[in-house]
Design a protein around this ligand. Structure first.
Ligand SMILES: Nc1ncnc2c1ncn2[C@@H]1O[C@H](COP(=O)(O)OP(=O)(O)OP(=O)(O)O)[C@@H](O)[C@H]1O
Length: 268
């Protein structure tokens, strides 16, 4: 994306954000509450029109793409993507196939095999006939992710996809996203998990891109203090994974107190 901004009257929410997600990579979008992660994802998903800047898929500007064309290229798992309907789990997952059906008709052909494979990957096969309203929060979240996989998109956008999941399902999901051949842009709050499963991180603060790079370049004690207002140590666990250990909250810095990242974390 190139110089993307999104604002509402009187307020800039995403400010001149510029980064590239290379094909097949898993990129983590991190930042404190209200830093603009969801708003940016909604712009990329075509649900918000940027007030400035350009979003390109594979070099093509998505401005003007129809919802069907966007859905054929990109799946979006929103934070509060719930529904009042009482479809069965397999029917929800099959919704991922509708962008490919003429006239948005019901799934057919090899759609069923694709849906069953997505159910299997999210550990939902046993729940395939359960009604939506009977599912737990984590089961619903997994069903939404299975629906996104069934879409077989070029890229998957996910907004906090682990917030309802137990730790085993968090690890399984992030491992699946890291290994999938699709391009993934995922907003995450757990910085250690983001470091472990993402190829690169993009750090937002007050709508601006503060740093982007490999996890070890972005997750520095200085940026954690200045952006997240916590004192933390960044090291390696015994398996060699980057781990963030929090020591406590840090003193608040002024809203303009964040300097661009130095060597390592790439300034915007
Ligand atoms: N339609 C809107 N009108 C006014 N303010 C908005 C609107 N949408 C978002 N905001 C504000 O923009 C800021 C960024 O919101 P956004 O949801 O993108 O943040 P986020 O980084 O995803 O936060 P969180 O980690 O809490 O989910 C917040 O202060 C939010 O209140």
């Amino acid at each position: 994306m190139h110089s993307v901004s999104w604002s509402v009257p009187g307020k800039s929410i995403v400010d001149n954000v510029d980064f590239t997600v290379h094909s097949g990579r898993t990129v983590g979008l991190i930042g404190p509450n209200g830093s603009g992660k969801s708003s940016l994802l909604r712009c990329v998903a075509g649900l918000r029109k940027p007030t400035a800047g350009v979003i390109r898929f594979d070099g093509n500007d998505i401005d003007g793409w129809t919802p069907r064309k966007i859905a054929q290229h990109l799946a979006f798992v929103e934070q509060a993507g719930d529904t009042d309907s009482d479809l069965r789990v397999a029917e929800v997952v099959a919704l991922g196939r509708t962008p490919f059906r003429p006239g948005w008709r019901a799934p057919g052909g090899n759609d069923h095999a694709i849906v069953e494979a997505a159910l299997e990957r999210l550990d939902l096969t046993e729940l395939r006939d359960r009604h939506w309203q009977t599912l737990s929060g984590g089961e619903r979240q997994r069903a939404h992710i299975a629906r996104a996989l069934a879409q077989q998109p070029w890229a998957i956008l996910l907004d906090e996809p682990t917030n309802h999941l137990d730790i085993r399902h968090q690890l399984e999901l992030l491992d699946l996203l890291a290994r999938t051949e699709q391009t993934v842009l995922v907003a995450l709050h757990d910085l250690s998990l983001a470091a472990r499963f993402c190829d690169r991180l993009v750090l937002l603060h007050q709508g601006e891109l503060v740093a982007t790079g490999a996890p070890g370049e972005v997750l520095t004690a200085r940026l954690l203090r200045e952006v997240f207002e916590v004192d933390a140590e960044v090291g390696q666990d015994s398996a060699g994974n980057l781990a963030v250990v929090y020591r406590g909250t840090a003193e608040r810095v002024s809203p303009v107190g964040v300097a661009p990242a130095g060597p390592g974390g790439t300034p915007r």
